[in-house]
Design a protein around this ligand. Sequence first.
Ligand SMILES: *Cc1c(COP(=O)(O)O)cnc(C)c1O
Length: 368
Amino acid sequence: MSDTPIYVTQPDLPPLEEFIPYLEKIWENKILTNGGPFHQQLEKALCEYLGVEHLALFANGTLALVTALQALRVNGEVITTPYSFVATAHSLLWNGIKPVFVDLKPGSFNLDPGKIEAAITPQTTAILPVHCYGYPCDVEHIQEIADTYGLKVIYDAAHAFGVQDQGGSVLRYGDLSIVSFHATKVFNTFEGGAIICPDAKTKKRIDYLKNFGIADETTVIAPGINGKMNEVQAAMGLLQLEHVDEAIMRRLEIDRLYRQGLGGCKGLFIPELPTTSRHNFSYFPVLVERDYPLSRDALYEALKSLGIYSRRYFYPLISEFSMYRELSSAHKGNLPIASDMSSKVLCLPIYPSLSDEQINQILVILGE
Ligand SMILES: *Cc1c(COP(=O)(O)O)cnc(C)c1O
């Protein structure tokens, strides 16, 4: 029995005394939001850290998603994955767009590009894939289809902070990518998010859209939303950025300990790491197969009864929620790989302050 509960993730908090000077500065400046100095500083620092040219900060990742779709004037139907956090598809409904669910690629957590073409109709305007758990999508194949059919591509890269392939950040793909800085993510600003933009013009338009569509004192160019990140969030981001490499290093160690400890565990399948040049170790998914002594849900409950809170990310599938399940693309028969994955997956606790002792505790329970 664990003395303190172990959650699937715990926010990575920097030392409080390091945050106080930032707060003092805000009190001194009396600039609390609307693109203040910390906001501007964080945009620059993140561009540098992530290796991207332009980025617009948001109050959270969901507002970034909703705004990204608006910025590209996406409408009609959008092809997306059912295997994600519900905000992915919700961002479509908030724009009056019909989600069209396409199944995963076998053996992958991501959209199967080979199944996209069959789902395209004259109403399709975009593809909204997710780099699930930070595993990059088949970006080249997706772009090829988008080019052929004249579709936009918006990546929900909420899990892909800091992920790089041979050519650099995976956030450079598609027309736009969005990231989330929610408390549960690898890099957090309490709540927060960003849109990665290809050029300054697009960023400018997105900056208008996140501030009610206001271009200047007397000009409003669109029914924009209030999606602005405030100065306390931005300050948190600047401080977090100093610690994030260390945090990812510890996540890598935890990943190794799990892989070593679970390698010979019958009935638990450990998906291989992606072949990216830099991974962020944001999640540790395992698949509970039929020959494991417990069902996935029984294992989840057994861990919970011992104070270990793993998560069934992503179960249920988005397509199973009431606002989606009437869609023809939401039928289980259309999504066999995603349904199978969703029934087997369990994400184990992974966060920098998880101790080796706690990891051993989890390994012992899983191996019993
Ligand atoms: C966290 C998350 C979001 C939403 O981000 P928020 O910052 O919580 O609004 C969107 N998509 C995915 C895949 C996520 O994991």
